[in-house]
Structure formats: structure tokens, C-alpha cells
Design a binder for this molecule. Structure first.
Ligand code: IPM
Ligand code: MN
Length: 353
């Protein structure tokens, strides 16, 4: 891991006249993560945005090496960065949960990245099932700090025949409301429509809180139209009728599952980008593709870098570089149908910038 303090580039004190770039903590991570992030950084540079990057060696490989997951000291350092750009973390030889909870979720919770924004475009690339070719875009706003991800629960009588495991879902009025409010604000900059996705017919406690909060926030946005879908029905609409969506707002676990489906119906998970946002900007936000580390194709220059490149574009937009973000997104749209190596696809995106 490189040390920010040893960076030879003086921050604000420079009088060389060159603009100091955005300060980005880079976690390539495991598997295909480093490959796709390297291409994302190349594309950002080619789009004319200068970044001052610091690499952090974290993930399953690092954990297997020296037991490090995410030290608090690193988290504290990150608070001084403008954003975090992350490839993928996780290796098959680390027991389930250690890296997920100890690195990714710790980061989301500690930095209060309460919005997970995942945009999708159907009808543009290849691979979509069963609907017409008109381009349609919609975005899932996934609550990112609560729900069944919060870690509530435990075992009783573990290892006995009477073992009990519980895994609760935490839904705070504040957490639900700020997420729903973000979705309504976003809808105002789009097509003025928000769909709540939940399972209120069965989850009568958390669903009730989500529905009531949704209705109360909706009343403050009379210009925004609303809809509600149960999550099982939403799975059908994602495949058969995504045109009904503009902004979807949902809880953490429903959002996790729905956004993999979103990737699958919009050209493949290799195209799906995401932003883990702290909209209040009390710390850095984190940008990562929806996909995982794909160890089966790691190191073979086979992974599609578009999801990572588009996540980089989301990062630039959040940092105020809308023009460069637009150019990268348009270039990626033009390359969404391409097959080829990681490098070839990134080269094609750069050629279209
Ligand atoms: C995602 C991933 C993570 C999640 C895992 C790796 C913890 O699947 O970002 O969607 O479940 O949030
Ligand atoms: Mn997921």
C-alpha cells in the first residue's frame, strides 16, 4: 500500500500552476478487479481529467497474506480523499463474509454511503430478452446501510439439533426516509416517476414503514408520479416491461438481487455500473462495478471493462466533471455491443471519446 504522506506531489501548496487532480483512493482488489480498474483509469485520463491516485492493496488476497481486511487507520485516511474507485473484492479461498462484511460493508457503513445508485439501459447493447429495441433507461436506488445487511441476529444452541439462527432486518425511519427522498430528488432531474419496490404483503413491519414513509415523502413531490410493485412482480417487469420504470427505490437486499437482474436484462453484468454515495458529502463516495471478482477469468484480459469504466464516469459526474462523464458514457454506449479483450474494449471506448 502506498502512503499518502509520502506522495511527492504537494497538495494545495503547489505553485507550479498545474491543477491538482481529484484525490482518489484506488482499490483494484481481487480477480478481474485490478484489470478493469486499470482500464477505467486509462479512459478517465484520456477524457482529460487528471486524478491523483493512491493504491490500496486490500481484498481477499491481502487478507490471505497478512490477515488485513480494512484497518480503521485506512478508513480514516480515506476520509481525506475525494472518492474511492474499487474493482472487486473477494476470493474463493476466503470464508464467506469476511471480506464482504469486513471490507465492503464496513466501508459502506462507516462512510455512510447510504445510496447505492445503479443505472440500467435496455435495448442498447446486446443480450436483452424479449423486449423491443428502443433504448430505455432506468435506475435503481438501493438503500445501502440497513435492512438485512445491518448484521442484526445470531445463533442460539449453535451446533445442536435445536439450533436457531435469526437474521433481522433493520429499518430506521431516518434511513428509509433519506433514501426515498434521494429517489424523489433524482426523479425530478429525470422523468418524474418513482416506483417503490418491497414486499409489503408479507413484510408487514418493515414494508409498512417503507410504504408510509414513501407516501409521506411523495406528498411533498406532487410533480412526481409514483407506483408500487412487490419485488416478485418487479422481477417479471424487469424482464418483460422495463419501460414502466424511471427511478426505483428499494431496500438493501431487494436492491442487491434486483440489480443483478437489471444487469442481466440490459446487456449483461459486464456493463452494470454503480455508485455508493454519501450525498451529504461528509466523506468520500465509492464507485464500483456491480459485478464481482470473477476469479475464473482473472488475469486473462477477458473481463468486460465497461462496467468499471461507467462506474468511473459516475465518479467523475459526482466530482463535478459532467462533460467528461458525458463523453465517457456516450463512448461506452457506442461500445456496449462489442466483444473482445479487456484492453481491446477499453481501446475502442477511448477511440470514441
Ligand atoms: C454488491 C455485492 C455485495 C452486496 C457483496 C459482495 C457483499 O453483491 O455490491 O451487489 O451484496 O452488496
Ligand atoms: Mn450484488
Amino acid at each position: 500500500m502506498s502512503d499518502r504522506a509520502s506522495n511527492t506531489e504537494p497538495a494545495a501548496a503547489s505553485d507550479s500552476g498545474t491543477r491538482s487532480g481529484h484525490r482518489i483512493a484506488v482499490v483494484g482488489g481481487d480477480g478481474i478487479g485490478p484489470e478493469v480498474i486499470a482500464q477505467g483509469l486509462r479512459v478517465i485520463e484520456a477524457a482529460g481529467v487528471s486524478l491523483e491516485t493512491t493504491d490500496y492493496d486490500l481484498g481477499g488476497k491481502r487478507y490471505l497474506g497478512d490477515g488485513t481486511v480494512l484497518p480503521d487507520a485506512v478508513l480514516d485516511e480515506w476520509r481525506g480523499f475525494d472518492a474511492i474507485y474499487l474493482g472487486a473484492v473477494g476470493t474463493p479461498d476466503v470464508p464467506s463474509g469476511i471480506i464482504e462484511r469486513g471490507l465492503l460493508l464496513k466501508m459502506r457503513f462507516a462512510l455512510d454511503l447510504y445510496i447505492n445508485q445503479r443505472p440500467f439501459k435496455t435495448g442498447s447493447g446486446g443480450g436483452e430478452v424479449g423486449h423491443d429495441l428502443a433504448v430505455h433507461d432506468f435506475v435503481v436506488i438501493r438503500e445501502n446501510t440497513e435492512g438485512s445487511y445491518a448484521g442484526e441476529g445470531g445463533f442460539l444452541r449453535k451446533g445442536t439439533a435445536h439450533e436457531i439462527a435469526t437474521q433481522g432486518s433493520v429499518n430506521t425511519r431516518r434511513g428509509v426516509e433519506r433514501c426515498i427522498r434521494y429517489a424523489f430528488e433524482l426523479a425530478r432531474s429525470r422523468r418524474n416517476h418513482v416506483t417503490l419496490v418491497h414486499k409489503t404483503n408479507v413484510l408487514t413491519f418493515s414494508g409498512d414503514l417503507w410504504q408510509r414513509t414513501f407516501d409521506q415523502v411523495a406528498a411533498e413531490y406532487p410533480d412526481v408520479n409514483t407506483a408500487y410493485n412487490h419485488v416478485d412482480a418487479a422481477c417479471i417487469y424487469f424482464v418483460q416491461e422495463p419501460q414502466r420504470y424511471d427511478v426505483i427505490v428499494t431496500d438493501n437486499l431487494f436492491g442487491d438481487i434486483l440489480t443483478d437482474l437489471g444487469g442481466a436484462v440490459s446487456g449483461g453484468i459486464g456493463l452494470a455500473a454503480s455508485a455508493n454515495l454519501n450525498p451529504d458529502r461528509t466523506g468520500p463516495s465509492m464507485f464500483e462495478p456491480v459485478h464481482g471478482s470473477a476469479p475464473d477469468i482473472a488475469g486473462q484480459d477477458k473481463a468486460n471493462p465497461i462496467a468499471a469504466i461507467l462506474s468511473g464516469a459516475m465518479m467523475l459526474r459526482f466530482l463535478g466533471e459532467a462533460e467528461a462523464a458525458d463523453r465517457i458514457e456516450r463512448a461506452c454506449d457506442a461500445c456496449a455491443h462489442l466483444t473482445g479483450s479487456t484492453t481491446e474494449i477499453a481501446d475502442a471506448v477511448m477511440a470514441k471519446l
